[in-house]
Design a protein around this ligand. Structure first.
Ligand SMILES: [Zn+2]
Length: 429
């Protein structure tokens, strides 16, 4: 896996990082044959986008904009391409490099230092940006403490190229519910999460994470998934109701939203009762739970591809979980559940393009346009960032990507992004 990652680094396109902008010009005009703006269901043709500094100042047809373009503006003619808002992945792990098996996971925590893992994370975020993802919500560091905050800071300061990051630092779980597990009691093993027991430890951990830079609070609602005699995917719940009530209320009091890893019916039920903002994975979602998600305005990050990717390696109930999630996805579409694009990349190797998720969403019944919105305007809503990005509109950050072909005809076009601009800086052309 390490060798494969190196190969990607060596062949990755040369970028114009924020430290060395591609040109001193502050204004750009992007021209393209087609535009999907992330908001409208209609593709607009023969478009121009005027950018000044970090933001979009005007969007329209080429003729509409002709009189508004300053002489100093640099023209980027993308010819027959389709431009879209920068893609958003609301479930990543930049500090993880694939964990199909427990051994893959344990090796990273036992044999790689946090500085080394952070170096690998800098490669992961560059890969993400080059694949067209201009924003990510990174859902916990898997034992790498608060290193996601450092990666985020390095990107924001222009030290390294990468997406805008929304981080959750260390996820929360309870004693005995999260790796590393199964080692001799004589050994003090590293933890993949922050272990908390009892309401007051939960409250303190939420405050600590907020103090060190968490934008979101992530916790593991459940584990040990199994098929119940009632046909539902069941699970063991990690926290008491009292603990979860404090977790969510304290996070919300500090202005942080809450993401719950919840796979089985019991875990999702507990997370929804506690009032979380997003359900991650959600394989065991049933009609009753989906109805509650709609009523409570809770987003779902299905992370389909990672389930498929790890299922054969993990065996047991995992292949069945893939099938159950496909059924749940179809139901969620009918019920109007807010589905945000999220991949769990890092759970699988970063050498896999995280845009592969789109093909599964479309195969499971989502229209290509809706899939694109789930990774642009809908994903931005989940992040409370609709004012800043998620659509190509005047006033938004100039986060714009392009593909050569028609992504509505072939959604896999999104795995072949040819142009990436973030905040008015070109990273790939
Ligand atoms: Zn994850």
């Amino acid at each position: 896996m390490f060798r494969r990652t190196l190969a990607v680094l060596l062949t990755a396109p040369v970028f114009a990082g924020a430290q060395t902008p591609s040109a001193p010009v502050k204004s750009y005009v992007i021209r393209a044959a087609h535009m999907i703006d992330g908001k409208s269901d209609v593709v607009q043709n023969d478009v121009a986008v005027l950018i000044e500094g970090e933001r979009i100042v005007a969007v329209g047809s080429r003729s509409q904009l002709a009189s508004r373009i300053p002489a100093s503006a640099q023209v980027i003619d993308l010819g027959g391409a389709t431009i879209l808002p920068g893609l958003i992945d609301n479930h990543t792990h930049v500090l993880l490099q694939g964990d199909i098996t427990a051994a893959d996971y344990d090796d990273q925590l036992l044999k790689e230092s946090i500085p080394y893992r952070a170096i690998r994370a800098t490669a992961a975020v560059r890969t993400s940006l080059m694949n067209g993802f201009t924003a990510i919500r990174d859902l916990e560091t898997e034992g790498a403490m608060y290193a996601d905050v450092d990666v985020k800071t390095a990107i924001a300061r222009g030290v390294i190229p990468g997406p805008r990051m929304f981080v959750s630092t260390r996820a929360l779980s309870t004693t005995g519910t999260y790796p590393l597990l199964g080692y001799s009691w004589e050994l003090k093993m590293p933890e993949g999460v922050q272990i908390v027991d009892g309401p007051e430890e939960v409250r303190k951990a939420v405050r600590e994470e907020a103090k060190f830079g968490a934008d979101w609070i992530k916790f593991y609602a459940d584990r040990r998934y199994f098929l119940g005699s009632d046909g539902r995917l069941r699970s063991w719940v990690n926290f008491t109701d009292e603990e979860l009530k404090i977790l969510v209320s304290e996070a919300h009091r500090l202005g942080k939203k809450v993401a719950a890893h919840a796979i089985g019916w019991d875990g999702i039920d507990a997370a929804l009762r506690a009032g979380v903002n997003s359900i991650e994975h959600g394989d065991g979602l049933t009609d009753d739970l989906l109805d509650r998600m709609v009523a409570q305005k809770v987003y779902w990050c299905p992370t389909i591809f990672v389930g498929v990717y790890v299922a054969s390696g993990r065996g047991g109930v995992w292949p069945k979980m893939v099938e159950m999630e496909r059924v749940a996805f179809g139901k969620a579409l009918k019920k109007g559940v807010m589905i945000s694009y999220g991949t769990d990349v890092g759970g699988y190797a970063w050498t896999e393009n995280q845009a592969q998720e789109f093909a599964y969403m479309v195969r499971y019944g989502m229209s290509p346009m809706a899939a694109i919105k789930s990774a642009t305007s809908v994903a931005a809503q989940l992040l409370d960032q609709s004012e800043n990005f998620g659509t190509i509109e005047a006033g938004k950050f100039a986060d714009i990507v392009a593909v050569r072909g028609d992504p509505l005809a072939d959604i896999s076009e999104l795995t072949r992004v040819t142009f990436v601009m973030k905040g008015g800086t070109i990273y790939k052309q």
